[in-house]
Design a protein around this ligand. Sequence first.
Ligand SMILES: O=C(CO)COP(=O)(O)O
Length: 297
Amino acid sequence: MSARLRLSSCGLSAGKRARLHRILYKHGLGNGTALFLPYDQGLEHGPRDFFADPVAGDPRYIVRLALEGGFNGIAIQIGLAEKFYWDYAGEVPLILKLNGKTDIPSDARALSPLHASVEDAVRLGADAVGYTLYVGSPAQEDDFAQYRVVRQEAQRLGMPLIVWAYPRGEAIEHKGGKDSFYAVHYAARVASELGADVVKVNFPHPEKHTAVPADYAGEFSSQDAIDAVVRAANRTMVLVSGGSRASDEVMFEKAHESMSAGATGLIFGRNVWQRDHEESLKFVDRLRQILAKYPTP
Ligand SMILES: O=C(CO)COP(=O)(O)O
């Protein structure tokens, strides 16, 4: 089991540290771990994600779920933040997603345009901002330039920056795919190199890297892979995302392995809200029991 990063080891400015302290120690379990509820899928995938439980299409329901489930924060886009977040008077920390796109065009040249600024986040009382960076996309150069401005603004305003580090594009597909160990490992390192305070990654699948590039040949367990991903992020805290619906056992295993690797927390969306209310709360309770086993020293 690897040690979890303490806030004091992350090289954070005072404002960022205060905000992250609020998220990690004043909400959720208050033990330095985090459980975030992401709700940007309506933009990224469209309303089809709400077919499984139509009530989840209502942002009011999701904000209430974040509160009832004892989440450390909710990650939403500007439109929903403006119209729904204050229904609960900021009782759950807000992570304002600053960029995002639809999945209607292909991901061949993936780039998520900005829709909001770090100043919007300050105005709305957010405790962090989120930026999706497509590592490996042919548009990576433009993405890095757009990201640099956000990073500088976040630094100036003391706003923690969470990078959704997503491998994308044809080149990645030829190197094992976006969930491969190689791609996720590289993405975590990129986020740390580029100054993210927190990086959000997909759980790496060692079986998917198909030994391309050759340095990744060999036997890796999923625990080996997530251990390496957290190490690659070094002083950047790691959040592991949920992905599409899977069995509860698979999700709990992922949660255990991530926390054991030293990740700071989990950001699970569809696996939480693509089921009825009672089931969602039961699932969240099990996740909280897992996080309780891994307090930050
Ligand atoms: O962070 C996420 C989306 O922004 C992860 O969401 P899912 O758990 O639904 O994959």
